[in-house]
Design a protein around this ligand. Structure first.
Ligand SMILES: CC(C)(COP(=O)(O)OP(=O)(O)OC[C@H]1O[C@@H](n2cnc3c(N)ncnc32)[C@H](O)[C@@H]1OP(=O)(O)O)[C@@H](O)C(=O)NCCC(=O)NCCS
Length: 234
């Protein structure tokens, strides 16, 4: 894994059936444990545990450390709180991105450069007012986008933008309505003045392909995106 020059490894799994070995909250560090304990919505807590266990197991296997011993830094550049983009302490060349819904968890890992992944439920992108929240003014003009778009098209635009903004590290501090939806497979400057990114739509396994969409963004030219995980989400 991670052997080829431009490669992004992705894991997507059902939150109730993660691809890694079963592990309890004991695998989490103090910060993760506090966040997990504060999540009172059971499916959210289950997804949080599944995602962070997966991240620890995958990163641990790459750097040769037990899952519980992987040290992440998540310092938010705005407030210095521990809720920002994760990096692996002592392994700055390893880039990762995490995403979760209550049903699915997703992880992207690469040595290519900054990476972002996002997964969303299609039905979450059908609300009235989506265009104002999510679309660039140019995308809202007549002819800017095909009329009669459904939730899947909306959700696809959203995950491409959010994956790109997570790769840039600002996330939703950059208003998604100020950026145009990046195309797939073509290096694109998504936010003026930042490095080009290449976004790839992910083909989700199993039943998740009907209910969710996902995208990954990586710094620079396109990279091979390898989907890992043997068991498809139900
Ligand atoms: C990152 C962000 C886009 C995620 O949105 P979301 O759709 O709710 O959540 P996702 O499941 O896709 O991603 C969550 C993961 O993104 C990662 N993340 C957090 N901030 C990030 C950032 N700035 N850039 C990239 N990734 C980030 C974390 O690993 C987080 O996982 P966790 O919540 O399980 O610890 C959104 O939360 C955001 O923009 N946060 C930053 C806002 C900010 O910095 N405000 C200033 C606070 S002082």
């Amino acid at each position: 894994m991670l052997g080829s020059m431009r490669r992004v490894d992705v894991w997507v799994a059902a939150a109730d059936e993660p691809v890694g070995q079963p592990a309890g909250p004991g695998v989490l560090d103090v910060i993760e444990r506090a966040r997990f304990d504060a999540l009172t919505h059971a499916p959210t807590a289950r997804a949080y545990l599944a995602l962070h266990t997966l991240a620890r197991q995958v990163v641990g296997s790459i750097i040769g450390a037990p899952a519980h011993a992987v040290r992440f830094d998540r310092t938010c550049p705005v407030c210095r709180g521990p809720h920002g983009r994760p990096t692996v302490i002592d392994h700055p060349g390893l880039h990762l991105s995490l995403t979760r819904t209550s049903a699915l968890v997703g992880l992207a890992v690469t040595t290519v450069g900054a990476v972002g992944i996002d997964v969303e439920q299609v039905s979450a992108a059908t609300f009235v007012g989506f265009d104002e929240v999510a679309l660039h003014p140019g995308e809202r003009e007549p002819g800017g986008l095909p009329t009669g778009r459904g939730g899947r098209a909306n959700a696809t635009m959203w995950v491409r933008k959010e994956a790109a903004l997570k790769a840039l590290g600002t996330g939703l501090r950059t208003d998604p309505a100020t950026v145009r939806t990046p195309p797939t497979g073509i290096p694109t400057v998504v936010v003026p003045g930042t490095e080009p990114l290449t976004v790839t739509d992910l083909v989700l396994p199993g039943a998740a392909a009907r209910t969710h969409v996902a995208a990954v963004a990586v710094a620079g030219a396109s990279a091979e995106v390898v989907m890992n995980g043997a068991r498809p989400p139900r």
